[in-house]
Design a binder for this molecule. Structure first.
Ligand code: FAD
Ligand code: NAP
Length: 500
């Protein structure tokens, strides 16, 4: 009899997880608390409790070439970066094409996931969920948690003395939807992530004044990269990854900084990340530098104190008559339906084997999908996690038995390779060079798109080769020039090293 798998959530991660279960002959049942699919990508005018909430204008910061599922390319006519309504449309097409909706129970909230009594031998779970005020409980052979991690607002009010006296309006970016009501107002935005930057750029067109208060700065990148290509199709190539891997750390740091400052010098804009060498997630915003340059957005350091009507910053400057404060301070990871003995979140991180399986479980029958936020799109990441986990479910082991090796993950591509290695889908470039040189070279020099993980192994897709070869004519000549440039740089580096 097919193993029964409970899936919590029908967003990006949940939908692809349903499909992966079906591909592996498992029997999925997906519980979704809202009345529709899409998770974060389904914009609603009102914030829904327990579901991620976005503003009307959100556009993906990962390109369509890189953000699709590996056996379902985005329609040709879709632009490279998608408005949230377009991305939701893609999810609907995916769900329809693979007939996934019939496995989803909507308006059903999972309240608890508990180990069954004989868990150490059978690895089963008891799922209690609620629908229309009625609770139900069932036993499942495995659980896949796809409940998202941008739901619970992180609002560190204790770090902002005087906020309790502040007479204006303050709220988290999760509650921001549209700019209309802020017309003519003075707004202070706390944070320098993608939410803060998007909201600042949007509000500055109608607000009286917008201050962006950052404690640590950020690298700001354009979605448009070298030669006008979407940034991630150039950044995430196996070739670039290999270079990053072999370059001496000081040289890599120097080159990264040069690249980041190529568009505009972050120093002049007061945006240099405090710990500039820790590659935290960059901000993708094509408009922010020009808004700062025009004075429409004013960059400020961290707020030291709020008074009834003003914000006093660390550099002792003051913004008076503040009407609104937006805390774009990120999110707290939580799993309210899971006991701490199963998964413990500390410093906003959960200890997971390969970012999927909770440590110390006697049986590997519970997987967390989509929790990691790589410097790359979540869609193929969640998909490969689900492909790997569903294969592990077939013969559940303890985590120690599962793999003796340590987590080797360094980068987005390394992580995808590691996961696909576990499910037999990792592309092997050297053997492929002999069999199909054109494909091998495109895989190496071109964007590391999700289709690369459908060329072989279980779940192989006949359309993968064509999808890879037609996605972009990534200039081989440009890549070869880069190789020569790199050797020249390396030679210069070692020469100067030996001279000193
Ligand atoms: P969600 O989309 O959050 O879906 C989780 C689902 O689980 C929801 O439908 C929710 O209702 C349901 N659920 C939760 N708890 C329960 C429960 N107890 N019972 C039943 N159902 C439950 N990533 C990218 O790769 N590219 C991007 O361009 C990008 N842009 C982003 C823009 C914004 C503004 C934000 C906040 C994030 C962005 N991300 C982006 C990251 C984002 O996490 C992913 O794009 C993706 O939406 C995550 O999908 P998910 O399915 O894991 O979670
Ligand atoms: P985030 O990336 O976690 O950024 C939170 C910001 O708040 C950081 O700048 C952080 O500073 C700051 N902060 C946190 N605590 C603070 C404190 N006590 N005092 C001062 N500053 C504080 O959150 P987000 O911007 O909401 O983004 C969440 C996710 O959604 C990210 O993965 C992002 O890429 C994604 N997103 C994407 C888009 C899009 O265009 N597609 C739009 C919005 C969001 P430090 O950096 O110094 O910690």
């Amino acid at each position: 009899m097919a193993k029964r798998v409970a899936i919590i959530g029908a967003g990006v991660s949940g939908l692809t997880t349903i499909k992966c279960c079906l591909d592996e002959g498992l029997e999925p049942t997906c519980f979704e608390k809202s009345d529709d699919i899409g998770g974060l990508w389904r914009f609603t005018e009102k914030v829904e409790q327990g579901r991620a909430s976005i503003y009307r204008t959100v556009i993906t910061n990962s390109s369509k070439e890189m953000s699709c599922f590996s056996d379902f390319p985005m329609p040709e006519h879709f632009p490279n970066f998608l408005h949230n309504t377009r991305f939701l449309e893609y999810l609907r097409l995916y769900a329809k094409h693979f007939n996934l909706l019939k496995y989803v129970q909507f308006k059903t909230t999972v309240n608890s996931v508990r180990k069954c009594q004989d868990f150490s031998t059978v690895g089963q779970w008891e799922i209690v969920r609620e629908s229309d005020g009625t609770q139900k409980s069932s036993i499942f052979d495995a659980v896949m948690v796809c409940s998202g991690h941008q739901i619970e607002a992180y609002m560190p009010l204790e770090s902002f003395p005087g906020i309790e006296k502040f007479k204006g309006q303050y709220f988290h970016s999760r509650d921001y939807k549209t700019p209309e009501e802020f017309q003519g107002k003075t707004v202070v935005i706390i944070g320098m992530g993608n939410s803060a930057s998007d909201i600042a750029v949007e509000l500055c067109q109608s607000a009286k004044r917008v201050c962006l208060s950052t404690r640590g700065g950020s690298w700001v990148m354009s979605r448009v990269y070298d030669n006008g290509y979407p940034w991630d199709t150039v950044f995430h190539t196996r070739f670039a990854n290999l270079i990053r891997y072999f370059l001496p750390w000081p040289l890599l740091k120097w080159m990264t900084e040069q690249k980041m400052n190529q568009w505009f010098d972050h120093e002049n804009y007061g945006l240099v990340p405090k710990n500039r060498f820790l590659m935290k997630e960059p901000v993708f915003n094509d408009d922010l530098p020009s808004r700062i340059l025009c004075g429409a957005v004013v960059v400020k350091p961290v707020v030291k104190e709020f008074t009834e009507t003003s914000a006093i910053f660390e550099d002792v400057t003051m913004e008076e008559c503040v009407d609104v404060v937006v805390f774009a301070t990120g999110y707290t990871v939580s799993f309210p339906f899971l006991n701490e003995s199963v998964i413990k979140v500390e410093n906003n991180r959960a200890a997971l084997y390969k970012h999927v399986f909770p440590l110390h479980l006697e049986k590997s029958t519970l997987a967390i999908i989509g929790l990691i936020q790589p410097l790359g799109p979540i869609m193929p990441t969640s998909e490969l996690q689900a492909r790997w986990a569903t294969r592990v479910f077939k013969v559940p082991k303890s985590i120690d038995e599962l793999y003796g090796d340590k987590i080797k993950t360094r980068d987005f591509i390394d992580y995808l390779d590691e996961l696909s290695d576990g499910s037999g889908a990792k592309p092997e470039i050297i053997p492929l060079l002999l069999k199909d040189p054109q494909l091998a070279l495109t895989i190496f020099f071109g964007p590391c798109s999700p289709f690369q993980f459908r060329l072989k192994g279980p779940g192989k897709w006949a359309g993968a080769r064509n999808a890879i070869l037609t996605q972009r004519d990534h200039s081989l000549v440009a890549s070869l020039l880069k190789i020569f440039g790199l050797f020249a740089l390396l030679a210069a580096f070692f020469l100067s090293f030996y001279q000193h």
